[in-house]
Design a binder for this molecule. Structure first.
Ligand code: ZN
Length: 453
């Protein structure tokens, strides 16, 4: 039996076995034995063992973790669910009977999850088709779970909140409807028959979102941040990003990650598509949906561009190579000047691709056109994509070679500032930068005083 060593959405080792307190087997004669490891993340199960039990220490609260508190039973199965790599087709039946039966647990717990579930003998039983399915379906159970649902294109979008409520729940739902509608319009269809936003808003510092095929978990805190206008926009930005992932990465997926191999590292150079395009598009859809105005979008882009220009690592290692290396130190600052961020450099590159396609096609097409094609050709039939698939699709839409973009800024380390200034100018925006007293670049992005001819 194996425990996953990583979780999709975080392209580095999670080493979840570090949270296991014990792993025991129950033999046919009832005797309990400690199972021996066959690997850092695997246990040998002797033929005499009929049942295996393990204890997982669950006290981390972020969007990809597992946490049990007095009023919260939050599980990411990919953290704590054992599997057999040779029998990945086997389904899971997960009974929550022990917890829900406990006499000290108040009645009336609600269960939020994209996993199908039924009530059996008074308790929820969750069913997963196979290993890939169970590992991609977190759940939250709590007696304190706010719930609402909206319907778009015959798909039910469930919203669940544990913790602090947004200041204006009605507007919060309305904003979800707006970016959902805009994204579905761009792709032409939604990949699944229902979708769940699982929100954790604790009164402690956290900011995190994780995508799944049929759901997302988003954690933000403390409470004052959730209640503030800036925090509210942060949540909507993360939510728009994660919903875009329902197409891009959960279905339009780098071939290295289809299916996910939970037994070891799975490096890919395509993080600039998975996270970069999603970061750019997630923000763009806030604008398309009317959640932010042009100034609001410029503010979001300014934040990205300041991270871009102030990181010399982008001139040392390409975003494709930085993507491959997320498995080493991609989520830490690491050695100064060594690498770029797949989120930031990927989003900057996505913008450059977007304006190039728009200018090649007189505004008839954009990066969104190419993403819809990738959804139709690769996402729907679940074919993994390669770098060539991606660039050929963009070139088909643009009607010309984009080799310079790929060579300079995906797989190369050229500075892109001039192209960014020119690209913004085609959109009627003036981009400039200047160093502050600390020597860091400050970026200004604003409408041109006179629109280009
Ligand atoms: Zn993401």
């Amino acid at each position: 039996m194996h425990l996953p060593v990583w979780r999709p959405g975080r392209y580095e080792l999670g080493n979840f076995a570090q949270y296991l307190m014990s792993v025991e087997g129950v033999q046919s004669d009832g005797e309990r034995i400690t199972l021996q490891k066959s690997d850092l993340h695997a246990w040998h199960v002797p033929a005499s063992v009929q049942e295996v039990s393990w204890v997982f220490h669950a006290d981390i609260l972020n969007a990809g973790s597992t946490c049990v508190e007095s009023d919260l039973f939050y599980v990411n199965p990919v953290n704590c669910m054992m599997f057999d790599p040779l029998r990945e087709h086997l389904g899971y039946s997960i009974s929550l009977s022990d917890l829900m039966l406990a006499p000290d647990i108040p009645q009336g717990w609600a269960l939020a999850t994209a996993l199908p579930w039924t009530i059996s003998q008074g308790h929820p039983v969750l069913e997963a088709r196979d290993v890939q399915h169970v590992m991609d379906c977190p759940w939250i159970a709590s007696p304190n779970l706010w719930h609402d649902v909206y319907r778009e294109q015959d798909i039910d979008f469930h919203m669940w909140i544990h913790g602090t409520m947004p200041k204006d729940p009605h507007q919060f739902v309305a904003d979800h409807v707006a970016f959902t509608r805009a994204q579905i319009a761009a792709f032409g269809s939604f990949p699944t028959s229902e979708y769940h936003f699982l929100y954790l808003f604790p009164d402690r510092e956290v900011r995190h979102g994780v995508e799944h095929e049929d759901s997302t978990v988003i954690a933000l805190g403390p409470a004052s941040r959730v209640k503030s206008p800036e925090g509210n926009l942060e949540i909507l930005g993360i939510a728009s990003h994660e919903l875009y992932h329902a197409w891009n990465v959960k279905r339009i997926r780098p071939s290295e990650w289809l299916p996910y191999d939970f037994t070891g590292p799975c490096p890919s150079q395509l993080g600039y598509i998975a996270e970069g395009v999603t970061t750019y598009m997630g923000d763009l859809f806030l604008f398309e949906a009317g959640i932010v105005d042009l100034k609001g979008w410029c503010d979001l882009m300014t934040g990205l561009l300041e991270r871009h220009v102030n990181n010399p690592g982008r001139l040392n290692m390409s975003v494709a190579a930085s993507s491959y290396d997320t498995w080493l130190d991609g989520y830490k600052p690491g050695v100064p000047g060594r690498k770029g961020s797949i989120y930031v450099e990927g989003a900057v590159l996505a913008f450059l691709c977007d304006v190039r396609i728009m200018s090649c096609t007189d505004g008839q097409h954009s990066l969104s056109t190419a993403m819809k094609l990738l959804w139709d050709r690769f996402g729907k039939p679940r074919h993994g994509i390669t770098a060539d698939d991606y660039w050929q699709t963009l070139e088909e839409v643009a009607g010309e070679s984009l080799h310079d973009l790929r060579a300079s800024w995906a797989e190369g380390t050229e500075d892109s500032w001039k192209a960014l200034v020119d690209g913004m100018r085609t959109q009627g925006l003036a981009l400039s930068r200047a160093r502050d007293a600390q020597g860091l670049f400050r970026v200004v992005l604003e409408p041109l005083t006179s629109y280009p001819a």
